[in-house]
Design a protein around this ligand. Structure first.
Ligand code: FES
Length: 79
């Protein structure tokens, strides 16, 4: 097992931008087909909805007014 594969996956909500994912994980489309992430150490997933390369971020969010105000909320606190 590679050093990267043994680390837990880290997901970071980038301010006013994508979700940045580091670590070893699988990404599936709605049919269950797996995206080829071979060789990618960092994956950026779009959350503004404007990327032309969904589900990946293509930096289109920079040309929009997409804003995020992310703060962790425990599931018990949310409901
Ligand atoms: S978050 Fe970057 S294009 Fe959507």
């Amino acid at each position: 097992m590679s050093d990267q594969a043994s680390r837990p996956v880290t997901v970071k909500a980038v301010q006013d931008g994508p979700l940045q994912i580091k670590g070893s994980f699988r990404l599936l489309d709605p049919t269950g087909e797996e995206y080829d992430l071979e060789g990618r150490r960092v994956v950026l997933l779009c959350r503004c909805g404007r990327s032309g390369d969904q589900p990946f971020c293509d930096a289109s969010h920079r040309a929009t007014d997409f804003r995020s105000d992310d703060r962790p909320v425990c599931a018990a606190d949310a409901g």
